[in-house]
Design a protein around this ligand. Structure first.
Ligand SMILES: *Cc1c(COP(=O)(O)O)cnc(C)c1O
Length: 833
């Protein structure tokens, strides 16, 4: 906590207005959607790449926020009579300075973790491994950015005895700022990979920048082989501490003598030497990355002086925990958010924020256990939890555990019920029956075994699953936003179930992230979105006469593409004596739907032609936008054609605006167009496939993240003799003794029959294997000869490595078709990492 008058000099602010210099600040707020406890918050208005934080100042004032850090003058009409207003040149710097001042109040060991991969895992594991010896405060999830680090460090309080924070950078000169905030006494350097290469001149420079985190560290844990490569750079920096290395290298302090992988037990046995003695460590993982992360943890524990006895015991107990927040469909119209990983206040906040990205019309229910290891006195902890739940307008709380029950009094403003044990809740039919029409957050410490509850509530997800990474989706959205001038609006196309990804869930996320418009193909798709609580404007591309009443009823805005539709719609509006918004589609060369350019004068005439009652169509219609569509924006060969389309569009919109006497929203770019013709972004763009991680013109593909993973499972394993055949029409012939696996995906799920007979390749336990025989309706067979594969194993159809693009190319189609063909019977699971 700091008070305003302390903060002013720390951030060298100009006091625009001061009303209460003793006001204590307990929360640092960057995002108006994450507000709680307004009177104790300090809001930093950041003019960022995607949003200008100053736009939310008035709203936050109305919601009770009284302390603001700004970097731009507020418009004259924004009046904040009772607020402290501090002006600085950079609100991000100010945030970092406040956090650094907070950090300065504590003299505890702090571990700073950086590197390209593994930061979050190492941090999370170390926090678990050290929990018995220290009261640990750590970054929530992967809060490692210029703004995430200050928020992480701000959580420190006087009860903590160890801090573990991660720092991530994507460009030059960023680390110095993070170093000042974290001030680590011990460093961990995980490794140097390709991530964010584009932000640096070369690898050496990237390494040097990352190493700046360790400037004042006494010791830095890193891999000896790694350090060798960059030894010269380290000696050139002002780093005065000692590296603490692990590796095969003889000079390594912690030497790795041997490594044995046991596939069946999913274990790796490590033989290490430390201070002349040999030790064995059983790591419960087999993948390279996890083993590397574990060695970083072991080295750090050695450095901290823990005995090998403790190290061995605790490493053996590590579990491959998923750090993701999952959103699953539950029974009785519920969504479940399953988060049994983070059991602290920061984790609860993140989960509640995730909850608010989903359906606003459903009840919000939180099932919560005792919170262990919070670093706060219980009294304060449960007060804080209750306050947080209240500020998020949670409709009902189900509390499980004896600790939380002791603090009942804190929860009395909420609708709350208490159970001593998970078992009691599971036996309460009354309580379980109330879990309907709701978003339910299930968050419990491990020993409460809330997975039993999740299991009961969840619709069974087995067989084929499409997993969707909502974090990656937001990353992609922001990538496209960065390409555009800040005034350009964004329409996101969510037609065809959001390109197969699940329209309601994705639309909610887009609404939360403040896109301006949604676009669908048919009225029914728009109705579905409205019924699931979306209130963004929605454009419908294919309106038909039989859906006009639905359009009005659900406030959907049709595209007018021909004189026939226009005439029918005007007729309908006259009958109903009402008005509506429409979008005019100009055909500049796609030759699908739209008024061709030559028809524009006649269109304008029709629109302005008064009828016998002296009413023109424009008295019934308001033109929400005018748009066109590029036919070849994904290929450079068509650049001249695209340019010509853009020129035609500009001319047509000029005519329209002149005739109307006002400006309209103009848009022509789809995803590949945004990357190729940013200068033609006009007032809005229509993002489609790019949001889903695919960049159809391949210019910036490396900057997008893949959002989905399609997996299925092996139902049965068979062994065939040479000459025996597989499947329909006996197309698959075993040329030698063959091991096949029958998997639970067929063409009815969207796995095209074109993948038959070796064309399709899928992944089983790390091996890429071909389809054998013809793909059936609900199943197909794969050749797993020589591959370790058993019944129940996962089979990957596509993911980050097995790309949708390759899959599409192998059957001569495009990613759009692969995505939209995934049938609705395939379960969708959404998650946030
Ligand atoms: C589908 C669609 C888009 C989005 O196209 P992408 O290539 O997926 O970005 C944009 N505009 C119209 C009219 C569309 O039909």
């Amino acid at each position: 906590m700091l008070v305003i008058k302390q903060i002013v000099p720390i951030i060298q602010a100009t006091l625009v207005q001061q009303t209460q210099s003793d006001q204590a600040v307990y929360h640092l707020l960057l995002d108006s959607r994450k507000l709680y406890n307004p009177s104790q918050a300090l809001y930093f208005a950041i003019n960022g790449e995607h949003h200008n934080g100053h736009e939310f100042v008035a709203e936050l004032y109305a919601r009770g926020v009284r302390n603001f850090v700004i970097e731009e003058n507020l418009p004259a009409h924004v009046k904040l009579p009772n607020a402290n207003i501090l002006k600085v040149t950079s609100a991000v710097n100010a945030l970092q300075q406040v956090a650094a001042a907070h950090r300065n109040q504590y003299q505890i060991p702090v571990i700073g973790v950086t590197g390209s991969n593994g930061k979050t895992m190492v941090k999370e594991w170390l926090a678990k491994l050290l929990a018995e010896d220290f009261k640990v405060v750590k970054s929530p999830k992967s809060y490692n950015s210029q703004t995430g680090v200050p928020l992480s460090v701000w959580q420190m309080n006087k009860r903590h005895t160890m801090g573990i924070f991660e720092a991530g950078i994507s460009a030059k000169n960023e680390m110095t700022a993070l170093q000042k905030v974290i001030q680590p006494s011990i460093g961990i350097f995980t490794n140097l990979g390709t991530a964010h290469d584009e932000g640096f001149d070369n690898r050496t420079q990237k390494f040097a920048e990352k190493w700046k985190l360790f400037e004042h560290c006494k010791a830095v844990v890193c891999c000896a082989e790694h350090l060798q490569t960059y030894h010269d750079i380290v000696t050139k920096t002002s780093f005065s501490g000692q590296p603490f290395t692990w590796g095969k290298n003889e000079q390594a302090q912690l030497r790795l003598l041997d490594k044995q992988t046991h596939l069946t037990q999913q274990q790796t046995q490590l033989k290490v030497q430390y201070q002349g003695e040999n030790h064995f460590i059983q790591a419960p993982f087999i993948d390279e990355a996890s083993v590397e992360n574990i060695l970083h943890c072991v080295a750090t524990m050695c450095l901290l002086g823990l005995s090998f006895d403790k190290i061995q015991r605790r490493i053996a107990r590590l579990r491959p925990v998923s750090m993701r927040l999952e959103l699953k469909r539950g029974m009785r119209n519920t969504y479940l958010i399953d988060d049994s990983y983070n059991n602290d206040l920061a984790g609860l906040k993140i989960a509640l924020d995730f909850m608010s990205t989903q359906d606003v019309n459903l009840q919000k229910i939180v099932v919560l256990s005792d919170m262990l290891q919070s670093g706060l006195p219980p009294e304060k902890l449960y007060q804080a939890i209750a306050q947080l739940l209240q500020s998020k307008a949670i409709d009902r709380v189900i509390a499980v555990g004896e600790e939380i029950k002791k603090h009942q009094a804190s929860f009395n403003v909420l609708d709350v019920v208490f159970f001593d044990q998970t078992k009691d809740l599971l036996e309460s039919q009354v309580e379980l029956a109330r879990l309907a029409n709701a978003v339910i957050l299930v968050k419990g410490a491990r020993r409460f075994r809330f997975e039993h509850l999740v299991h009961q509530l969840q619709q069974k997800v087995h067989g084929t699953v499409l997993e969707i990474n909502l974090g990656a989706l937001v990353h992609n959205l922001n990538f496209y936003r960065e390409q555009l001038p800040s005034h350009t609006k964004m329409m996101v196309m969510v037609k065809a179930f959001a390109y197969g990804s699940g329209s309601a869930e994705i639309a909610h996320l887009l609404q939360f992230h403040r896109v301006d418009y949604l676009g669908v193909a048919y009225a029914d798709e728009g109705v579905f979105l409205r019924e699931s609580g979306i209130d963004l404007p929605i454009m419908v591309m294919n309106p038909s006469e039989d859906t006009f009443d639905k359009l009005l009823q659900y406030d959907l805005e049709p595209e007018m593409y021909s004189f026939k539709v226009l005439d029918e719609f005007i007729h309908f509006l006259k009958e109903q004596q009402t008005t509506a918004k429409v979008h005019l589609k100009i055909d500049t060369g796609m030759h699908r739907l739209g008024f061709v350019v030559e028809e524009v004068p006649r269109l304008l005439q029709v629109l302005q032609q008064p009828d016998t009652q002296q009413k023109a169509p424009l008295d019934y219609l308001s033109i929400a936008s005018v748009f066109s569509h590029l036919a070849g924006s994904d290929e450079a060969t068509h650049n001249a054609y695209s340019q010509q389309q853009i020129t035609l569009f500009e001319a047509a919109t000029k005519q329209i605006e002149t005739a109307l006497g006002y400006e309209v929203i103009k848009h022509i770019l789809n995803s590949p167009g945004i990357v190729r013709f940013p200068e033609a972004s006009f007032d809005m763009v229509r993002l489609g496939i790019g949001l889903y991680g695919i960049e159809a013109n391949q210019i910036a593909q490396s900057q997008l993240q893949s959002i989905s993973r399609l997996t299925t499972t092996i139902s049965q394993i068979k062994y065939l003799q040479p000459g025996e055949t597989v499947g329909y029409s006996r197309k698959g012939v075993a040329s030698h003794t063959t091991k096949t696996a029958t998997v639970a995906i067929g063409y009815a799920d969207g796995f095209s029959r074109a993948f038959s007979n070796g064309v399709g390749k899928v992944m089983v336990n790390g091996a890429k294997v071909p389809v054998i025989g013809n793909v059936c309706m609900d199943m197909c067979m794969i050749d797993v000869t020589g591959v370790e594969a058993t019944e129940g194993d996962e089979v990957i159809i596509f993911n980050e490595e097995l790309s949708i693009l390759d899959l599409a190319q192998s059957i001569d189609t495009i990613p759009y078709e692969i995505l939209t063909n995934i049938s609705q019977r395939v379960k969708r699971v959404f998650y946030l990492e």
